[in-house]
Design a protein around this ligand. Structure first.
Ligand code: MEV
Length: 316
């Protein structure tokens, strides 16, 4: 017991299709990426020490409110003494890559393991969802679900199906810059439009949400059939709908237009952003080198991401 150390990790994610509309019951396709967040717990001395590169408020809320209440562990504060918890992440924040969901899942998994609880995936997901609510207000639960299960999934109204494809197309991920808005704010912007007194606007937004759902359904079919021409068309359509929804900033729009003029397609792949950047863009071109050259010429950072990564896992 003296040398007990546990280490767990959870991945970030990309939304291939269905961001925002998933909050309103439409399907989304999500895939886990090979950038992970790690939580290590070992014995410390005195009061528990937390070393984190994540939002400390969220970490504290998870550790002291949500996890003990939901998992029924360390209900007595003293039980939580003498620990050293280290959180380290490879997932860039505020770029739509699901860093807060990875934190919620990994932290919950690590604590359940430390306190010798059963690794019940359903419970971990429920707790992580509660933590996500603090961060996102009214989340769909898609982000924590992919961080937990990994791979590539179709998520709708809390239910998941695996997307059964041998491999996903080769995408290029170009950074449109840090979003100055949080996911919570972006979700709220859309929600305010849906609940707007103006019936015409409400109708328009509901229509956009329904159409985003249709695009996602077609995208599932297209990925299974490996129809790259159709995929390009769907990514373009998806982006157009997201722009109309009002979640894409001017900088990202300009980059996306240029990619389209080069014969490619691109879309935001998380909550987006308005005033500054809109996070990572999922970009597609039959010849990916065209996109890599474009990114280099335009001095835009691009990420090499492996898709379909493993979900929550023990590291020791
Ligand atoms: C954020 O990664 C995805 C959103 O659809 C919000 C959510 O699903 O909770 C924008």
């Amino acid at each position: 017991m003296a040398h007990k150390i546990i280490k767990v990790s959870a991945p970030g994610k990309i939304i291939l299709s269905g961001e925002h509309s998933v909050v309103y019951g439409q399907p989304a396709i999500l895939t886990a990426i090979n950038k992970r967040l790690y939580v290590e717990i070992k014995k410390g001395r005195g009061s528990t020490k937390i070393i984190t590169d994540q939002n400390p408020e969220l970490v504290h809320h998870a550790l002291f409110n949500v996890i003990p209440a939901k998992a029924g562990i360390y209900t007595n504060k003293k039980m939580f003494n003498n620990l050293k918890i280290t959180i380290r992440s490879e997932i860039p924040v505020n770029r739509g890559l699901g860093s807060s969901a990875a934190l919620a899942v990994a932290l919950t998994g690590a604590l359940l393991r430390w306190f010798n609880q059963k690794w019940n995936k359903k419970l971990i997901n429920q707790i992580a969802f509660e933590i996500e609510k603090k961060q996102h207000g009214n989340p769909s639960g898609a982000d924590n679900t992919i961080a937990l299960h990994g791979g590539t999934i179709i998520f709708q109204k809390g239910k998941i199906k695996r997307l059964k494809v041998s491999h996903l197309p080769q995408f290029v991920f170009i950074d449109s810059g840090l979003a100055s808005e949080t996911t919570r704010e972006m979700v709220k912007i859309v929600n305010a439009k849906i609940k707007n007194q103006n019936a015409k606007l409400q109708f328009k937004i509901q229509n956009l949400i329904n159409n985003l759902g249709k695009v996602t359904a077609q995208c599932i079919k297209t990925l299974k059939e490996k129809n790259s021409n159709q995929l390009k068309f769907l990514i373009r359509e998806n982006e157009r709908l997201l722009e109309e929804l009002g979640v894409v900033g001017e900088k990202a729009k300009r980059i996306i237009k240029e990619i389209e003029s080069l014969g490619g397609a691109a879309k935001i792949c998380g909550a987006g952003g308005l005033k500054k950047g809109s996070g990572i863009l999922l970009c597609y071109h039959q010849n990916p080198q065209v996109l890599l050259n474009f990114a280099q010429k335009s001095h835009l950072k691009n990420y090499q991401l492996k898709l379909g990564a493993e979900g929550l896992r023990n590291e020791n």
